[in-house]
Write a protein that binds this ligand. Structure first.
Ligand code: MN
Length: 233
């Protein structure tokens, strides 16, 4: 006899996989802080430090196709909602204490993501030494494009990463600028947490983060991956 619940449990959060009719079910969303030197500098830091992580609930995810742009609502309490374009790594095989050399066999694929940030609230929390949750983990704060299997993008760490707002380029960098590379991120993360299939890792944003307003049209791109188109409503 199946378990009966007092209300219907939430449905599985998932992202479509490019070239298939399947979806990747999403477990956790991990994010890396300050992983590009020029972004660390624009946030007031030196650019050299060990990687650090925060987690967003998986129900903050919004799937955004290139053909079918999604919309998110401008969130409450902020006057300074920022875009952060990021490469997202999708874990296909979990584990603990994964080395950088072993990391490729744990990766299912890649997507483009936006770590939308209520910067004013994040800065207030930083100044008070409090957690960033209210700046980072609000509803619809994790738009993500479709996942491309890793085998289809072997040169991903050399790809360009860009974010345009209303056709104007705001962020423009290359993944070879990552301070901590994909394998190193997985090595550090899997020492602290047991990674599971379906975990997504937002790998950090390059310089050029800036505010958006209602009506803006965002286009996030990483060469070789399906793009992410998003409107702020
Ligand atoms: Mn970020």
């Amino acid at each position: 006899m199946s378990q009966r619940y007092v209300f219907n449990p939430p449905s599985v959060v998932s992202v479509p996989v490019v070239g298939t009719d399947e979806h990747l079910p999403v477990h956790r969303i991990y994010c890396v802080g300050r992983n590009y030197a020029e972004h660390a500098k624009e946030m007031g830091f030196s650019g050299r430090e060990d990687p650090f992580f925060f987690i967003k609930p998986n129900d903050t995810l919004v799937v955004c196709g290139e053909q079918a742009p999604a919309a998110i609502d401008y969130p409450p309490l902020t006057q300074n909602l920022h875009h952060e374009v990021e490469l997202v790594v999708a874990i296909g095989l979990g584990g603990q204490n994964i080395t950088a050399a072993q990391a490729p066999q744990h990766i299912f694929g890649y997507a483009v993501g936006l770590d939308m940030t209520r910067r004013d609230l994040q800065n207030q929390m930083k100044q008070q030494g409090r957690p960033w949750c209210i700046g980072k983990s609000h509803e619809q704060s994790s738009p993500v494009g479709w996942v491309t299997p890793a085998a289809q993008v072997p040169g991903i760490e050399q790809a360009a990463i860009t974010l345009s707002v209303n056709g104007q380029v705001r962020q423009n960098s290359h993944l070879h600028q990552l301070i901590w590379r994909i394998g190193e991120i997985i090595e550090h993360l899997s020492r602290a947490w047991t990674l599971q299939a379906g975990d997504l890792i937002f790998t950090g944003t390059p310089e050029g983060v800036a505010p958006v307003v209602r009506g803006d049209h965002l286009q996030a791109r990483v060469d070789g991956l399906t793009g992410l188109d998003l409107r702020i409503s």
